[in-house]
Design a protein around this ligand. Structure first.
Ligand SMILES: [Zn+2]
Length: 298
């Protein structure tokens, strides 16, 4: 029986590692064939690291994505070839070849054509707000959901972040993106509230690979970035979980996506545990109450 295939549809190289790198590594480890599709090469990104002489940002980011793919165990990567639309207000938003300006139906047909031979059991897109409002991320949601309809893919996982959980740990890169002077939406509207998260994947067992995959995107996340400067414990707090809103059955074709686990937890518990272990300043959260995390295969 051929391995089950799960497709991760992302806007730009680095999103796959930051938001879903641990899930990719866990799925690949379980023998699932992981295909990553990038809408763009992220050529409108800020250059935060150094480029090689003569290298364009698009070339650099494509190269970084190949390194990250090898680290995470991605079986196949595809670039759809649209242009990065840049942040809202950028003139690139309206350039005809910009991803966000391409009609969703046309882009969904394109994506469906690429994915049809893969017969994916599930597709991963972003939540409807694009996690933090970037126009390309919002379009990934629309285009990915429509492609799933066209192909009859039974299960969609919307990658997101748990907005409430992130209040209790060090700053996530998504918070910086949302909090930058070019911010699209204020931090409180990043991701979704805890109650909307259907699936939290504990990726701490593959965290070293996730960290190396994020570091491979050094043009965007250099060694001096907040993420790379965190202690191991703080990094695990921020990047040790990945969050999804699932639509459709949890077990797609052929017996289910076992590594997608449901983990009921309260961020509050994290804080009180840290305080009990003496590693936090003694901040003691009250009011919500702690609950033992329950890990469940869905
Ligand atoms: Zn992005």
């Amino acid at each position: 029986m051929p391995p089950e295939t799960v497709v991760f549809f992302h806007a730009h190289p680095d999103d796959e590692a930051i938001f879903t790198g641990g899930t990719i590594a866990l799925l690949a480890q379980k023998g699932v064939r992981v295909v990553v599709v990038f809408a763009t090469t992220g050529e409108m990104g800020e250059i935060r690291g150094d480029l090689e002489t003569g290298e364009t940002l698009a070339e650099r980011r494509a190269r970084e994505s190949r390194v990250a793919a090898d680290i995470l165990g991605v079986a196949h990567s595809v670039f759809l070839g649209y242009r990065d639309s840049g942040l809202p207000g950028d003139p690139a938003n309206d350039a005809p070849e910009s991803f966000a300006a391409v009609e969703a139906e046309a882009a969904a047909d394109h994506l469906a054509g690429v994915l049809e031979p893969e017969a994916p059991a599930a597709i991963v897109v972003y939540d409807a707000g694009g996690i933090y409002g970037h126009p390309d991320h919002i379009h990934v949601h629309r285009v990915g959901v429509r492609a799933a309809e066209i192909l009859g893919i039974p299960t969609i996982y919307q990658a997101t972040v748990d907005r409430e959980y992130l209040h209790f740990v060090e700053t996530h890169l998504v918070g910086e993106a949302a909090g930058s002077p070019n911010a699209v939406v204020p931090m409180p509207t990043v991701g979704v509230p805890t109650v909307f998260v259907t699936t939290t994947v504990d990726v701490r067992s593959v965290l070293d690979r996730k960290r190396r995959a994020i570091a491979a995107h050094s043009s965007q996340v250099p060694e001096t970035s907040s993420a790379m400067s965190l202690s191991a414990a703080a990094f695990a707090g921020v990047y040790g979980y990945e969050w999804y809103v699932r639509e459709g059955p949890g077990g797609a074709h052929r017996g289910g996506l076992k590594p997608f686990v449901r983990l009921y937890r309260r961020a509050i518990r994290h804080v009180t545990l840290r305080a009990r272990n003496g590693r936090a300043s003694g901040t003691r959260a009250r009011g919500i109450g702690a609950m033992q995390p329950v890990v469940q295969v869905v």
